[in-house]
Design a protein around this ligand. Structure first.
Ligand code: ARG
Length: 264
């Protein structure tokens, strides 16, 4: 995770960003700290990377790497405003002992568009990550990649419309939650086929970034406004953990965007 010490919305690269709307850095930092402390309270290890001035979106660490089995696929941003972030994260991985750190040649916004189910990597395209980056990720990470097409600009990254609730195990298939309308008709059919018991979210849960959740298979961290989704998950035996990320949402991000998951 990367503390939003230089948080700002001074450019607009997604429909949520309005540079004329003021942002409160102290509030963003307090909300981010709350999220980090929740992970620690749940027993997860959180490592931090130093933020850099002039890279206000660096708080959205999920966009900077995909780590599976200790192999790191770095990122390459579509917007020039964010391009500089990729190298800081690459260096962090190298300095922290990761030996296989590979940078992509195609535009690849990492976990913004990649979601690991434990067996396959779901991969979004349509707004940010190039479709060719999907094949590149498959080759570099050595995992099967399944392409999904996003069609609504408000849900410009896969992680704004879908997240994995439980990874696949020997005895159980993966479970996901998603907002069907964010996907093309064909991708909706693929998701319905692959995940017949998915939890489907409605527009209200999607609009507050409820699909930008982070699950450890039991606890599901969600924005506090995602009340219907939280109830549905609780009824299925999950433990919703609600966080206020309203300040970070002004940049078009939620809990998952702030969280790069390291799978050693
Ligand atoms: N302002 C950032 C951007 O548009 C937000 C990124 C949110 N990250 C995410 N994983 N969806 O790139």
């Amino acid at each position: 995770m990367c503390p939003p010490r230089y948080f700002a919305v001074d450019y607009a690269i997604n429909p949520w960003m309005d540079p004329s709307q003021p942002v409160d850095v102290a509030r963003a930092l307090a909300q981010w700290t709350g999220l980090r402390d929740i992970y620690r309270r749940l027993g997860h290890t959180v490592e931090e990377i130093e933020p850099r001035p002039g890279l206000p979106d660096m708080v959205f660490a999920a966009n900077s790497g995909t780590v599976i089995g200790g192999r790191v696929l770095g990122s390459r941003f579509r917007a020039r405003e964010r391009a500089g972030e990729a190298e800081h994260f690459r260096r962090w991985f190298v300095e922290h002992g990761y030996r296989d750190v590979i940078m992509p040649s195609r535009i690849n916004e990492a976990e913004g568009d990649f979601a690991w189910t434990g067996r396959i990597l779901l991969a979004g395209t349509g707004f940010r990550t190039d479709p060719e980056a999907h094949a590149e990720a498959q080759e570099i990470l050595g995992v099967p990649v399944l392409s999904l097409r996003l069609v609504d600009p408000r849900y410009y990254h896969l992680d704004t419309a879908l997240f994995v609730l439980s990874e696949e195990t020997e005895s159980a298939p993966a479970r996901i939650a998603y907002y069907p309308q964010a996907f093309s008709a064909g991708s909706q059919r693929v998701l319905a086929r692959l995940f017949p018991d998915a939890v489907l979210a409605g527009v209200a849960d999607a609009e507050c970034f409820g699909l930008n959740g982070v699950s450890d298979g039991r606890n599901v961290v969600l924005p506090v406004e995602a009340t219907a989704l939280a109830e549905r998950l609780a009824a299925q035996g999950y433990e919703p953990v609600l966080v206020d990320i309203s300040e970070l949402r002004k940049a078009g991000g939620g809990p998952k965007c702030c969280t790069l998951e390291i799978r050693k």
